[in-house]
Design a protein around this ligand. Structure first.
Ligand code: GLY
Length: 558
């Protein structure tokens, strides 16, 4: 309550620059990540002459050691960069379905989805992280590959003190039960069932050797060399689908980012196979000109309008979003101003729309889905936003034998059975059905915003489908409610994804507001925590950084 009151006070006096919490500020460069060692490593790269891409590569490998729930070399993700000279790029290193994958591979004899897509050797897509980082480094990096890998090798070989949060999460019933089913995972991450205490060192010699090989031989080792052979052999021995050929054939794809505008700001964001960028742009389009913000941040009117906007996009997402290399994603139709206007007009300002009655919209034109995010700005003004993941926390819970890294369960981001919910309760359609070599739909939404053509904001979050709404809310908190980046990240969040027809709200909202939303027909469920934002804003010649106080993340600059 106290915090809400303070936020409200800030909104009322935004022009005076009042705020409830100060972000980290620096003059030249900033790194914001989910884990302190990784932040320090990224900053050291920048301070020693590396650019933002170099720092992004070093941070990714460091997080693969220190943040095993989501940092990875056994998963995939997206890297969005906007360079100081105005160019931008998007590197898609998302996992791909193995060649042996098939449409009904996760359906049991009763025709219902099984848990094979979320746990065990059959849950993994072909990992893309190492290839994607190499591509980014080869095209845009400056420092030597070995220099960027070295800090991660040392962290794995020498160990690092387990943080309170990591110790807590490894002991939690949900995580420990999953990891204990797989001998390597139990040995490495659960200390064979004895568990790590906060402050105890976690030493990962197998992972150190894997990272050494990648350092010395490049991504080729992971996809064709010793690591590839060990990985394929382990997966094949346990009924997994990924073969040496799948690894050899993996390619990261450089794509054109999606760009749109909102109230004069330029929004550069994630294209398909992310569903996030289209979502952000469609939802901002629905808000623009609606006057929704006039009732003030945190008011029932404002939150109702946001929830209805989210509900509508997620209905569209269920129908239209998939891998653009396999399915014609109607991006222009989903962002068509007439269509957006129609979606806006369909919002009843007083009553919740029942999701059962709301269908994906009819598009005018079909033109001729635990993760971690970090944000970096270097002293030249290059900006990088990376979201990468194993999908579920600790992925499939399988640690590859002799290799020391966890594998993803990204296959669950496909529609195992179009029309049935996945791990996140999300319903998806034919566009995202399983096919060999296809990319599962993602919600990861690394996003960069420009003001007057200059870098303004770098932002992203983990959280499955909540990512899209989390990023959306941080954007409007800054742009529409004048918050500094710390306040924009702190502010309580909500999430609606059409189906299930539930409005999830963090506990920071006023109970009176929650009651008003229930009276409008929203099925509200309160939750502790939505997303983990790492963001940087450029303001008045300063870089403002924030790693979400919901986490142990840090932001540091110089
Ligand atoms: N695995 C979460 C996402 O890509 O959306």
């Amino acid at each position: 309550m106290q915090r809400i009151a303070l936020v409200a006070a800030f909104v009322a006096t935004a022009g005076a620059g009042l705020c409830t919490r100060q972000p980290v500020r620096s003059r030249h460069a900033m790194v914001a990540t989910r884990e302190a060692h990784a932040t320090d490593i990224g900053l050291a790269v920048l301070e020693s002459g590396g650019n933002a891409i170099d720092a992004a590569v070093a941070v990714a490998f460091a997080l693969a050691v220190t943040h095993p729930a989501a940092g990875n070399i056994g998963g995939g993700g997206f890297l969005l960069a906007r360079f100081a000279d105005g160019r931008s790029t998007f590197i898609d290193f998302r996992e791909r379905a193995p060649a042996a994958a098939s449409r009904n591979m996760y359906l049991g004899p009763d025709g219902k989805p099984t848990s094979d897509s979320v746990e065990g050797y059959r849950a993994s897509g072909v990992p893309g992280t190492v290839r994607g980082l190499e591509l980014a480094h080869e095209k845009y990096g400056r420092k030597s590959w070995a220099d960027l890998l070295d800090p991660a090798v040392r962290l794995a070989a020498d160990g690092f003190p387990v943080s309170y949060g990591l110790a807590h999460s490894l002991r939690s019933q949900s995580t420990s039960a999953r990891l204990a089913r797989f001998a390597e995972s139990k040995r490495i991450f659960l200390k064979d069932g004895k568990f790590y205490d906060a402050g105890e060192p976690l030493v990962q010699p197998e992972l150190a050797r894997t990272l050494e090989r990648i350092r010395d031989r490049g991504a080729k080792d992971f996809y064709e060399g010793e690591t590839a052979k060990l990985l394929a052999a382990d997966l094949q021995a346990h009924g997994g689908l990924i073969t040496l050929d799948d690894l050899k054939n993996y390619r990261a794809i450089e794509r054109t980012p999606l760009t749109g505008s909102y109230r004069g700001y330029t929004v550069i964001t994630a294209p398909p196979p992310s569903s996030g960028g289209v979502g952000i742009l469609q939802m901002l389009g629905v808000l623009e000109g609606s006057g929704y913000e006039k009732s003030g941040f945190g008011s029932a009117d404002e939150l109702h309008f946001l929830a209805e906007t989210m509900r509508r996009y997620f209905a569209d997402r269920s129908e239209y979003m998939g891998d653009p290399d396999f399915y014609h994603v109607p991006v222009a139709g989903l962002l068509n101003p007439h269509y957006i206007e129609e979606r806006r007009r369909s919002i009843d300002r007083e009553h919740a729309t029942s999701s059962a009655t709301l269908r994906p919209g009819k598009l005018e034109t079909f033109e001729s889905s635990d993760t971690t995010h970090y944000s970096i700005v270097d002293a030249e003004g290059n900006a990088v936003a990376v979201t990468y993941t194993l999908n579920n926390s600790f992925g499939s819970a399988v640690t590859a034998a002799k290799l020391g890294f966890l594998l993803n369960d990204e296959m669950d981001d496909f529609a195992a059975k179009p029309g049935e919910p996945n791990l996140f309760g999300l319903i998806q359609g034919e566009a995202n059905a399983i096919q060999p070599r296809k990319t599962p739909l993602s919600s990861m939404t690394p996003t960069i915003v420009l003001r007057d053509g200059k870098l303004y904001l770098v932002v992203g979050s983990p959280g499955g489908p909540t990512i899209i709404n989390t990023v959306f809310e941080v954007l409007v908190n800054v742009i529409d409610f004048g918050m500094n980046i710390a306040d924009a990240v702190d502010a309580p969040r909500l999430h609606h994804q059409w189906m299930p027809d539930v409005l999830r709200m963090e506990r920071g909202f006023s109970p009176d507001t929650v009651a008003l939303l229930k009276a409008r027909g929203h099925a509200v469920e309160l939750e502790d925590h939505q997303g983990e934002v790492a963001a940087i804003r450029v303001q008045d010649g300063w870089l403002e950084g924030d790693a979400d106080p919901r986490t142990e993340g840090t932001a540091r600059g110089y």
